[in-house]
Design a binder for this molecule. Sequence first.
Ligand SMILES: [Cu+2]
Length: 226
Amino acid sequence: MYGGKQLERYFKISFLLLLLMLWGFLDSAFAGKIEGSIKVKGLRSPANILVYLTKAPAISPDLSGAKVIIDQRNLTFIPHVLPILVGTTVHFPNNDKVDHNVFSLSRAKKFSLGSFKPGEIKTVLFDKPGIVELRCDVHAEMAAYILVMKNPYWAKTDEKGRFEIPDSDGLKNLGISGIEDLPPGKYFLKTWHEKLRSKRTTVIVEKEEVDLQLNLTRGTPSVLYK
Ligand SMILES: [Cu+2]
């Protein structure tokens, strides 16, 4: 059977394995979320504010299942603000009874879909991070923003101004899954809203949840990434 030396080695290896498992368990247990809420001055609603991390753990989620849509309905783009991951293709279905002509003059993606009819769907691949302002050549009042993000650690505030990063449900709706909580560390968090001055702050994730309160005022937002 086992000699003394063999037995000793067996125990050493078992102990090491146990230690590794424990370390892995503690490590994942300490992964965290950033939660919080935003108050705004000079704006009726604190909803639809993008909150995001400028740098985050390097992951490359599978986008093959992603189904991302900006609807055109009642002469409105829905949603009005759409964060997506760089490399995502967005579908533009025309669900109105009139033609639309969607275009962008933004540096992150310049395009024009040309005039397209009710029932038609056009697609655009967004391959560079940044802000893309959508307009319609036919209807001057139509406007929307596609925010092309470098990493999936973002959230849009709800009608009470609350947010949670990562936003697993929101990502699932975009067909992105498997985004894990944040490992402990120091992160840079920023906000973006078309009518609010952007704010940048440092967040330290140590344990399960970090709670953050932000106040924003009217102004011109900054670019997403420097
Ligand atoms: Cu239109």
